[in-house]
Write a protein that binds this ligand. Structure first.
Ligand SMILES: [Zn+2]
Length: 115
């Protein structure tokens, strides 16, 4: 975890109860992240966001290996938040792209996968 985590770290689950409802779908997540961090994210640029996302994935890997369920959940929220930031920065709608997996395997179209 970097020393400036308190300034740059984020936990989506902590945003609940602040006007966006109890559950957040991917499109709402991207909007929440943009409302919360959009100006800062645009100033920072894409490359540092990729670095942050990779760092958070590393923290998730560590939490899955030896963390508590709360720590694992926390790291999932951070990874999702940084993924949403990156998607916002490059103009990707996560709801649209996740639909690729909506009906099962995108390669063989079977559910479960028959590849
Ligand atoms: Zn398949």
């Amino acid at each position: 975890m970097p020393p400036n985590f308190a300034l740059s770290g984020r936990c989506v689950t902590e945003q609940h109860g602040q006007g966006y409802g109890r559950g957040v779908d991917l499109r709402e997540l991207q909007q929440v992240i943009d409302d919360t961090y959009g100006d800062r994210d645009r100033d920072r640029g894409v490359a540092p966001t990729v670095a942050w996302l990779c760092e958070e994935i590393g923290e998730l890997a560590q939490a899955v290996r030896k963390g508590t369920p709360d720590q694992i959940a926390h790291e999932f929220s951070d990874v999702l938040a940084w993924l949403a930031t990156l998607a916002n920065q490059v103009g990707v709608d996560l709801t649209d792209v996740v639909n690729r997996y909506r009906d099962g395997c995108p390669k063989c179209a079977a559910l479960p996968c028959a590849c």
